[in-house]
Design a protein around this ligand. Structure first.
Ligand code: PAF
Length: 282
């Protein structure tokens, strides 16, 4: 595996390849990331993974400074997973001056759910992903489905800018108890880790109710929020949405969408000091 830290060197190295496959990450890699890497491996003639903790997608009170940085372990894991090129630019390399030009996704995609609770998050994500795409010029890029809204926003960005990149989603990996793997799981205390599975269980209960024919979405969502709150969580949202655009389905659409496998439940909630997100397609 070649480790490259400058855009110039990356371009020179990738000039020899026709179809780079790309997995962007912020490091602190777990089995979920490595599954994306393995998914991407056969899709191109060279596999590039980036590690860059992107300041632009963190709010001032969020965990940019404390975001886990595990360089040695990440390098070993990537090498073992078949990564050919690890692109790890410094902040100075990727943002040599304040990033004045930004990619701002439309409000109807990016101001709800995660974007509502983390204003500016998707502008930060789209800006860095666009810049990483400009550096790597991949033909295919793989993003985790755990960040469901992020995947949708990036697909739309690629489509609207007519970027010649195929975007693939990678399935969420889960711990044995069902907790979705996430770098932020590292923040959980032992007690909170035991409790954390309740988020995916809440989503499963919502999915069961919808499959069982419940169409009163407002009550379903409210009850799910109340149940988690009663256990000591601070939920941001637990919602049923259309997979296509993440808009709330009308009561009359639910049955049809459920039959067409067109629904997803999404949740974000804080347990202790840790904010977790998860989703489940129905
Ligand atoms: O999902 C992530 O890890 C980040 O949002 C991404 C896509 C690497 C952009 O910084």
């Amino acid at each position: 595996m070649k480790i490259i830290t400058t855009i110039a060197e990356l371009r020179a190295h990738l000039a020899a390849f026709k179809r780079p496959a790309f997995v962007p990450t912020m490091g602190n890699l777990h089995a979920g990331h490595l599954a994306l890497v393995r998914q991407a491996k056969p899709l191109g003639d060279v596999l590039v993974v980036s590690i860059f903790v992107n300041r632009l997608q963190f709010l001032p009170h969020e965990d940019f400074d404390t975001y886990p940085r595990t360089w040695e372990a990440d390098c070993q894991a990537l090498e073992a997973a078949g990564c050919d090129v690890l692109f790890a630019p410094s902040e100075q390399e990727l943002y040599p001056e304040p990033q004045g030009f930004k990619v701002q996704p439309p409000a109807e995609l990016a101001d709800m759910l995660e974007g509502h609770f983390r204003p500016g998050f998707f502008t930060g994500v789209c800006t860095v992903v666009m810049k990483l795409f400009a550096c790597v010029q991949p033909r295919v890029a793989v993003f985790g489905q755990k960040d469901y809204q992020q995947l949708m926003v990036i697909r739309r960005m690629v489509q609207q800018f007519a970027l010649p990149i195929e975007v693939q989603g990678g399935a969420t990996l889960r711990a044995a108890d069902g907790l979705a793997l996430s770098s932020r799981n590292n923040y959980l205390s032992t007690t909170d880790r035991a409790e954390a599975v309740q988020l995916s269980q809440a989503l499963q209960a919502m999915a069961r109710a919808v499959r069982g024919g419940i169409v009163d979405v407002a009550t379903l969502e409210q009850q799910a929020m109340q149940a988690l709150t009663a256990r000591g969580w601070q939920p941001d949202y637990l919602v049923l949405r259309s997979r296509h655009d993440l808009q709330a389905p009308t009561a009359s659409d639910i049955t049809t969408l459920a039959q067409q496998q067109g629904l997803v439940v999404l949740g974000a909630a804080r347990i202790g000091h840790t904010r977790l997100i998860d989703n489940l397609e129905i």
